[in-house]
Write a protein that binds this ligand. Structure first.
Ligand SMILES: Cc1ncc(COP(=O)(O)O)c(C=O)c1O
Length: 389
């Protein structure tokens, strides 16, 4: 198999008669057939053909196939957003009465799915704390179907041991589903450790420039086939334009990620020396409680750092107000460095108790380190941390 960089660049649609070098954009909602028999055969799936862009489109197929290859997966399907990927994947696989075991530290909207919406269909869940992987097996019931986790987690940058999760899933015959959004296929491939399906919000580092929304699920071909059939009927498909952007973005993922991770490690090391920053967490910092696990399963540490501001909520708000270069925004994985206060934004709908259980303290700050010069990024953070009240 070719190297990651080559696959990311050279996986491409078949050229049209125009012999274009770069993949063109297919903005079409449907496709035509020569005669009634050809149309019948396409609908009967006797031929692999595009029928209607809610089902498939050349650009969305190129993007899904590329992510599948980069993750070492058999197949993939692309979605309009990361959340539609999470929702459609789980809704395809779960039936009334099923149970999910999940890490407690997961993206806020995924938590809302588990706690607010799935109970309507009699689907329940049990959470384990990220530092208590040894309790997972005790949560598994006869009706447990899925083991779900993110690593690194959002926003606490905790690490779960994917090899351990793979072993537990196999032993108990569960489907292991990993939201690999913070790592991207370049830094971590959960399928190697036993994941059945891997989900990405492509809105983040895969786009990498804060332009479009997208999502993708890749993994076992039999499961992707079920997810495709569900999605073909329910309509969460990715738009061809966004797929075209995202497939091109993947071409530069490795070079962007190398610099993101380099900047993030340097900033994390400098932050550790700052008086007003506590509990600096970054997977490739030696002080990270799961440093060894991160090294085992990740190529580099990613671009997300979390830390706590001395002084809690008020000090956190002041720090964010004092920033001049870094953006105050809820997104992550952009060329621009973004600083977020999870307790009042992305995880604001959780109760205080739920936030604390997920490790989100009032003063927790998440930095999505961008591609500006590292001295400019750190200069802004350091100045904002040290302005006297
Ligand atoms: C880990 C994780 N999963 C899923 C999502 C949802 O992605 P989207 O915003 O593309 O729906 C996010 C968004 O921040 C995320 O951080």
């Amino acid at each position: 198999m070719s190297h990651f960089e080559t696959t990311a660049i050279r996986t491409q649609l078949e050229r049209t008669s125009y012999q274009e070098h770069s993949s063109p954009l297919f903005l079409t909602s449907s496709y035509i057939f020569e005669d009634a028999e050809e149309m019948r055969a396409a609908f009967a799936e006797e031929q692999e053909r595009n029928i209607y862009s809610r089902f498939s489109n050349p650009n969305t197929s190129e993007f899904a196939e590329k992510v599948a290859l980069l993750e070492g997966a058999e197949a993939g399907f692309a979605f309009a957003t990361g959340m539609s990927a999470v929702y459609s994947t789980l809704a395809t696989l779960l039936n009334s009465g099923d149970h999910i075991v999940s890490a407690r530290s997961i993206f806020g909207s995924t938590h809302s799915l588990f706690t607010k919406y799935f109970p309507k269909w009699n689907i329940s869940h049990s959470y384990f704390n990220v530092n208590e992987e040894d309790k997972i097996e005790s949560l598994i019931k006869p009706e447990t179907k899925i083991l779900f986790a993110e690593s690194p987690t959002n926003p606490g940058v905790d690490i779960l041991d994917l090899e351990n999760l793979g072993r537990i899933a196999k032993k108990h015959n569960l489907l292991l589903i990993i939201d690999n959004c913070f790592a991207t296929p370049y830094l971590q491939n959960p399928i190697k450790f036993g994941a059945d399906l891997v989900i990405h919000s492509a809105t983040k580092l895969i786009d990498g420039q804060g332009r479009v929304l997208g999502g993708v699920t890749v993994g076992r071909a039999d499961l992707i086939r079920e997810i495709y059939l569900f999605s073909r009927n329910t309509g969460p498909a990715l738009s061809p334009f966004n797929a075209w952007i995202l497939s091109k973005s993947l071409e530069t993922l490795p070079v962007r990620l190398d610099r993101h991770c380099d900047n993030a490690l340097k900033i994390a090391e400098l932050l550790e020396k700052e008086e007003n920053a506590e509990n600096v967490k970054y997977p490739f910092l030696r002080s990270h409680p799961k440093y060894e696990v991160a090294k085992k399963q990740m190529k580099l540490g990613g671009n997300i750092i979390s830390f706590e501001i001395k002084g809690g909520l008020e000090a956190g708000r002041k720090f964010i107000d004092n920033l001049q270069l870094c953006s105050r925004s809820a997104n992550l994985g952009d060329t621009r460095t973004i600083v977020t206060h999870p307790a009042s934004t992305t995880h604001g709908r959780l109760t205080e108790e739920e936030r604390l259980e997920a490790g989100i303290t009032p003063g927790l700050v998440r930095i999505s380190v961008g591609l500006e010069h590292v001295e400019d990024i750190f200069g802004d953070i350091q100045r904002a941390l040290n302005i006297e009240a």
